[in-house]
Design a protein around this ligand. Structure first.
Ligand SMILES: NC(=O)c1ccc[n+]([C@@H]2O[C@H](COP(=O)([O-])OP(=O)(O)OC[C@H]3O[C@@H](n4cnc5c(N)ncnc54)[C@H](OP(=O)(O)O)[C@@H]3O)[C@@H](O)[C@H]2O)c1
Length: 346
């Protein structure tokens, strides 16, 4: 009996330590406060996979990898309808809620409306489909993925292979996004890949302000001007492709690779940190939300292990000096559309 009691006490101690670890892990993530008062983790997990169509075993690998990420301490998951994996991401989140590892309000889920659903009547329907796929009753943040609208057949192209536009304005889409907040489907709304002029247009008509603009950002594309504007409007930038998205299908052998940049490596050596950790901390210290993607638990851990050092301002300036306005995400088949964003600024 005494042995049994000792064993029970030991089990309780172990389980208490595990809970503390889990809670500590989630507490370690620095939170930012949006312009509507909502808190959001500054570091999240990207979920875009390089493969366009995912088979069953890839989907089940996503479930496992998101679960591992939650165990590591990630509490912010970046999704999108177009990634075609929201069912798997949702399963991972719901399994972890069912296991008692997290509560729904401890995990922050972002999704995005794709370019074929910009018409006002389609936006709420698109979000409801996402909620259905994720098996959640609400998400925390919904974004307009790109400012331009394509035809309702998202793959329809002209004879030159260019996407067909629908001419729908992002202002119409924004009004529909606001209704999604009013109807309790999402806590916050924002945009992605918008330029300064387009953000100003939204701000003129918004009754609910965007909380973030999610854009490509790394030392080769520091987004200085856009960040200054967003700061002045209390809109956060979220950095996608923070590691330079090395496994993009359209990466070319001759392009500059930020993960191989000697200066990044040199700064890493100084702090005893890896290049990915330097690239992630660079964004965090600039006050930019950052969402590196990894399906590999070791690399997820590495990317999350950025809380025990601070880059000096001098090193941040050095990293900023690498800016070359290199855009890896150009969306060239939409360049002819009226709301294509990347013309009037770097
Ligand atoms: N709004 C938009 O238009 C938009 C566009 C693109 C992306 N996004 C979002 O932003 C997220 C991040 O961008 P991204 O996925 O394109 O690029 P990224 O985060 O810069 O890079 C991800 C790639 O780097 C590898 N990687 C991750 N950690 C690593 C490490 N420590 N060492 C070496 N390699 C590592 C990953 O491979 P493994 O998985 O094998 O580790 C993956 O292939 C996306 O997943 C998506 O959620 C949004």
């Amino acid at each position: 009996m005494e042995v049994f009691n000792k064993f029970a006490v030991l089990l309780i101690i172990i389980s208490l330590q595990l809970t503390t670890f889990t809670n500590m892990a989630s507490k370690l993530v620095k939170m930012v406060t949006f312009n509507n008062g909502q808190l959001y983790p500054i570091l999240g997990l990207g979920t875009w996979q390089a493969t366009a169509v995912l088979n069953e075993s890839q989907q089940s690998a996503i479930v496992d990898s998101v679960k591992k990420a939650i165990d590591i301490g990630y509490r912010h998951i970046d999704c999108a309808t177009i990634y075609q994996n929201e069912k798997s991401v949702g399963k991972a989140i719901n399994d972890k809620i069912a296991d008692g590892v997290i509560k729904r309000d401890e995990v922050f889920v972002t999704s995005k409306v794709w370019n074929d659903k910009h018409r006002a009547e389609l936006v709420e329907e698109a979000l409801k489909n996402t909620l259905n796929d994720l098996s959640l009753s609400y998400i925390d943040l919904y974004l307009i993925h790109w400012p331009f609208a394509t035809s309702e057949d998202p793959n329809a192209t002209d004879s030159e292979g260019r996407l067909l536009g629908s001419g729908i304005s992002y202002l119409e889409t924004w009004k529909a996004m606001e209704r999604c907040v009013q109807n309790g489907l999402t806590k916050s709304i924002g945009v992605s890949n918008f330029n300064i002029r387009q953000l100003k247009d939204i701000l003129k008509i918004a009754t609910i302000k965007p909380v973030v603009n999610q854009v490509e950002c790394h030392p080769y594309l520091t987004q200085k001007k856009l960040k200054e504007f967003c700061d002045s409007e209390k809109i956060f930038l979220t950095a996608y492709g923070p590691l330079g998205s090395p496994k993009r299908s359209w990466a070319t052998p001759d392009e500059s690779v930020i993960l191989d940049e000697p200066l990044v490596k040199q700064i890493g050596d100084k702090y005893n940190k890896t290049s990915p950790q330097i690239l992630i901390k660079f964004q965090i210290q600039r006050g930019i939300i950052v969402i590196p993607k990894s399906s590999n638990p070791e690399r997820q851990k590495e990317n999350f292990d950025v809380w025990d050092f601070e880059l000096s301002q001098e090193d941040i300036d050095l990293l900023e000096s690498l800016n070359r306005n290199i855009r890896y995400f150009q969306f060239t088949t939409a360049k002819h559309l009226k709301d294509y964003p990347f013309f009037d600024e770097a």
